[in-house]
Design a protein around this ligand. Sequence first.
Ligand code: ACO
Length: 378
Amino acid sequence: MSDQQPEIYKGLAGVPVDYTAISKVNPETNSLLYRGYPVQDLAAAVTFEEVAYLLWHGELPNDEELAEFEQVERAHRHLDPVVKRVIDELPTTAHPMDVVRTAVSAIGARDDEAADDSPEAELRKAKRLFAAIPAVVAYDQRRRRGLDLVEPRDDLGYSANFLFMTFDEVPELPVVDAFDVSMILYAEHSFNASTFTARVITSTLSDLHSAVVGAIAALKGPLHGGANEAVMHTFDEIGEAANVSAWLDDALAQKRKIMGFGHRVYKHGDSRVPTMKTALDSLVGYYERPDILDLYNALADEFVARKGIHPNLDYPSGPAYHLIGFDTELFTPIFVASRVVGWTAHIMEQRASNALIRPLSVYNGVDQREVPAREPVE
Ligand code: ACO
């Protein structure tokens, strides 16, 4: 046997595993393209519905295509009564990510086309799931506050309706705009951990809903999507801007990870942060909460100065969702509602040119040995 050990790519860091035409992350220029369009330009010019269409179809919709898609989306916004019953069986102490994961599983089990993996059926399922998730998240937020389900309104766009179903009032434009921007920015990010999970599951020829359930499980972790809620816990812990230095001394002495900072791919700043920071600024103005901005700036400035590690998208989105009125635990399910677009686009891309994803491992356990003999039992 050769002593030469194969090289290990821990965490698959820096390893390209396949092609994708859906998005391009460029760490050198801190840029992110969706189907060739810079994400910040999309956020300034189009709605989340148009971005979803773009990510699935490869092109922005014309007026007729958009109207057709909006009709489908609006027709599937209602919470299926059976899925509602499933949610109602879960304790309100369950983490909302567990609730949305369970709900998507139930939605898949009730989808007549669940087993049809033709490209047409996959696209229809993706659009129905996209339309259905806001009702799950909004209802879960409400039941935690002892409130009833709010039925969707089909005269509102996706984001306005999402907020309407959550808070039972039609949101004002600055709030809708900021929320819509966050949904656009979260929608897709190449082979991140949850998307890769969805592709691994799809590579076994499993179905779309199963792949999304797995992706939700991967997103839950605080090193990935769970960071947006962890940012808010950090803000709560620090309290106010004046406490940042002392808090940071302590956190760094304990070798804690500061949530909302750092990124596997971007090492000089996350391309999505400036756009989301502008959306946060507008919410801070709208809700008259300069204290949030003071804390945001104090922690970012001091952590970047001390460690050279920059904020990622979860850093501005956490306080943005807090200002809009969501409970902290609901932040990552909002990420699900957005990223389901990227996941399903990748599921379709994986299926279109599939190869089973099955890497190798290098064994470093004990050498082969004999099972010890046992005395026969009397
Ligand atoms: N706080 C403190 N130190 C950090 C942080 C952080 N947020 N991020 C990186 N570092 C340090 C590490 O401790 C490590 O230091 P060392 O070399 O002295 O051991 C060094 O920077 C390299 O960090 P790694 O964790 O090895 O980098 P990796 O690429 O594996 O991690 C990750 C990226 C997981 C995102 C990391 O930066 C992190 O844990 N951040 C906090 C969680 C977070 O915000 N996640 C959201 C990701 S973006 C998203 O999902 C939208």
